[in-house]
Design a protein around this ligand. Structure first.
Ligand SMILES: NC(=O)c1ccc[n+]([C@@H]2O[C@H](COP(=O)([O-])OP(=O)(O)OC[C@H]3O[C@@H](n4cnc5c(N)ncnc54)[C@H](OP(=O)(O)O)[C@@H]3O)[C@@H](O)[C@H]2O)c1
Length: 323
């Protein structure tokens, strides 16, 4: 098969690679589309290695057709149109996926649209509803609101009854996030978001913060959280170190939760995917929640696609089509 292989200069090349095989618990997918995640850029630079046992090829999600089914699989059949969460291997013509990480493509969606769903919706669902136990009526801050994860999270919060405040890198992105369902936002290049977020939080504070920024935002996040607030840390784009006010943490009974999806056991990923299928897929099929795709590139143009994601100019996902 062909796959994106990273050369010695960290340049991705679309070239021959050993064809993926499915083990007994996996299905083999002929990939029609895959999508870019921020983690791919880090893996390409050599700072985010794949977990043990995962494919060395980039790509945390794909959409395509099932072409082979492992002997322990019971739910999927050859010919099924599916999308899958992967621990790696999506940037290729074939990818293997644990059956529990694979869902049918929601009715009415193309392969390109379906490829944009698994990683960001699984991340947003896992961290808002499973880790932070978000309840209807609770208030949420979403940092990097215009990211793939952010645009999924805005839509989930709107749909499940939570008001959101987002941060993003331009006024235009903030307008787009508000159109998607956010209630207010702040341009991160115009200073601290604290005062604007306080207007949103009101006297009570916010209940949940979903934060891929880390160190640079910790102090403000803790100030904004309400009694029993939850801060879910999913990324470190703003650094891994910060001073923490333990008194605020203790007095407000705040929980700080660190969370990654990729390295979790397949059983935990299957729980997330099952919940997505039950609670979110019907909303995608009805059009209430939709894939947000900024651009699509043929996979041979992966370098241009990565450059676009690195530029921080995107809203939602960048998808790679595979022929
Ligand atoms: N823990 C997990 O399991 C998990 C899973 C998936 C993703 N993530 C994390 O979630 C984040 C979003 O991922 P994604 O793939 O959806 O990203 P993405 O679509 O590539 O968007 C990332 C956005 O973050 C903003 N940003 C960049 N540098 C920043 C900084 N220093 N401070 C604040 N904002 C910054 C930029 O938007 P603006 O310029 O508009 O702010 C950029 O467009 C990443 O940090 C990723 O590692 C974590």
């Amino acid at each position: 098969m062909k796959a994106v292989v990273i050369d010695e200069d960290n340049r991705p090349q679309w070239q021959d690679f050993e064809t993926a095989v499915a083990n007994a618990d996996e299905v083999l997918i002929k990939v029609h589309a895959t999508a870019i995640n921020r983690a791919d850029l880090m893996q390409r630079q050599g700072v985010y290695p794949p977990p043990p046992g995962a494919s060395p090829i980039l790509g945390l999600e794909c959409a395509g057709e099932v072409v082979a089914v492992g002997e322990n699989c019971s739910r999927l059949n050859v010919g099924d149109r599916v999308c899958a969460l992967l621990a790696g291997g999506g940037y290729a013509q074939f990818a293997s996926a644990h059956e529990g990480s694979v869902l049918p493509i929601p009715d009415g969606l193309s392969f390109v649209e379906a490829a944009s769903l698994p990683e960001v919706f699984a991340t947003a669902w896992l961290n808002l509803f499973m880790e932070a136990n978000l309840q209807p009526g609770e208030k949420v801050i979403l940092h990097a609101g215009a990211s793939g994860v952010g645009t999924a999270a805005i839509q989930l919060c709107r749909s499940f009854g939570s008001a959101t405040f987002i941060t993003a890198g331009s006024d235009e992105k903030i307008r787009s996030c508000i159109e998607l369902g956010a209630d207010a936002g702040f341009n991160r290049h115009q200073g601290s978001f604290l005062e604007k977020a306080k207007e949103f939080a009101g006297d009570g504070g916010v209940n949940v913060v979903l934060d891929p920024v880390g160190g640079a935002y910790l102090k403000e996040n803790l100030k904004l959280l309400a009694l029993n607030g939850r801060l879910v840390l999913i990324g470190l784009m703003g650094g891994a170190r910060a001073e923490i006010d333990l008194a605020a943490l203790m007095m407000k009974r705040i929980r700080v939760i660190g969370s990654t999806l990729r390295a979790r056991p397949t059983s935990e990923k299957a729980q997330v995917m099952n919940q997505l299928f039950e609670k979110v897929w019907p909303k995608i099929e009805s059009g209430e929640i939709r894939p947000i795709i900024d651009a699509t590139f043929p996979i041979e143009k992966v370098v241009e696609a990565h450059d676009l994601v690195s530029s921080d100019a995107t809203l939602g996902k960048v998808v790679l089509s595979v022929t």
